[in-house]
Write a protein of this length. Structure first.
Length: 360
């Protein structure tokens, strides 16, 4: 079968949902290889090199590196991991050599690519010359269509999830270290930036802890708002644990230890939650979820959690799940079943079929 060479600036060890999305696909689609400029990227069928240079545009070396690596990997098709600027490079190569390419789109990238008239025009050209666009949700698909993409050549491939296995030893360790005996853990896993809505959760937790003193809020992740969020928690006298970035084993232990998973992004004209793989991770661990109706979040959560329209409803939703064991158990059952729909095999099968169709 024909090979697909994905060119991307978002791949592990870089953190985030997009990097995880690509790593999962490459692991499960044997016809895919990756070319990335992320230092430390490694794995089977993963090639790492720098393509930046001091001139403008900084990605210009791709115009000769792409043909070299297409020949080296014997790839029949190319894929851009970001619509701009990598899509521009692949469009240029197609115009020069006639080589077909795909574009992967996740939400924020298409928003950034349509901020001004020049970028909007360039985005339309990249979409026009692409043979397929792969999006992470129906929400993102709609953004692509509005930007000039075609419904007939746009395919939804959801983020895939596999339940993180937690060792009892690690669970016992964090419970002892953070004195969690008798506590009810409300968990958030996210980059600490404004649009994730963590400030609003801290505000809500002040009300939650006044009604449920055993509730404790745990925030996993790093980001520019960490100091500000710490200060807010101290000012509002909210019991919050900021763990920073964690290993997979540590993260799995926190998922295992939580009663409720909360992530309620806010609407942002500059950024967007295209889907949200952490919801799937939490649901795969059978955790009840509280989320907001922003971007593609509702598409990820479905009926497996409580979706709020306003952060004024947040505290009540958390308290309801902490107090009503029957309701929480009902959501936990739905969560596990929903997460199973987003299996690695199912999403990889879509990409494999897409490559096969391009070949035919």
């Amino acid at each position: 079968m024909a090979k697909l060479l994905l060119i991307t600036s978002d791949f592990p060890p870089r953190r985030g949902g997009v990097a995880t999305y690509y790593r999962t696909l490459v692991k499960n689609v044997l016809e895919m290889e990756v070319l990335t400029n992320i230092i430390g990227a490694e794995g089977e069928r993963v090639h790492q090199l720098s393509w930046s240079w001091p001139g403008w545009p900084k990605w210009l070396p791709l115009l000769w590196l792409i043909p070299i690596w297409k020949i080296k990997t014997k790839a029949e098709f190319l894929a851009a991991g970001e619509i701009l600027p990598l899509g521009t490079a692949l469009m240029s190569v197609r115009l020069a050599f006639g080589w077909r390419y795909l574009v992967f789109v996740h939400g924020l990238d298409i928003q950034l690519a349509t901020r001004n008239a020049w970028k909007r025009w360039l985005t339309r050209q990249v979409l026009k010359y692409s043979c397929q666009v792969v999006v992470n949700s129906n929400f993102t698909r709609d953004l692509v269509i509005r930007a000039g993409g075609k419904l007939a050549t746009t395919t939804v491939v959801y983020p895939a999830v596999r339940a993180l296995s937690a060792s009892q030893r690690e669970v016992n360790r964090i419970k002892a270290q953070y004195q969690l005996a008798g506590k009810k853990v409300v968990l958030t896993v996210a980059r600490l930036v404004l649009r994730k809505g963590i400030s609003q959760v801290i505000k809500a937790m002040a009300q939650v802890q006044s009604q449920q003193p055993e509730a404790i809020y745990v925030v996993v992740g790093e980001g520019p708002m960490k100091a500000e969020l710490r200060a807010q928690a101290e000012r509002d006298k909210v019991n919050v644990i900021f763990t920073g970035g964690l290993s997979a084993d540590e993260l799995a232990a926190w998922y295992e230890s939580a009663e409720v998973f909360v992530l309620t992004p806010i609407k942002d004209t500059k950024d967007v939650e295209g889907f949200g793989i952490v919801y799937l991770e939490a649901m795969a661990r059978a955790k009840a979820v509280v989320a907001s109706r922003v971007g593609g979040v509702a598409e990820a959560v479905g009926e497996a959690g409580i979706l709020i329209n306003d952060h004024g409803d947040l505290a009540a939703a958390i308290v309801k799940l902490l107090q009503d064991n029957g309701l929480r158990l009902s959501f936990e059952s739905k969560a596990r079943a929903r997460a199973a729909q987003f299996s690695e095999a199912a999403q990889a099968h879509k990409v494999t079929g897409l490559i096969k169709n391009l070949k035919s």
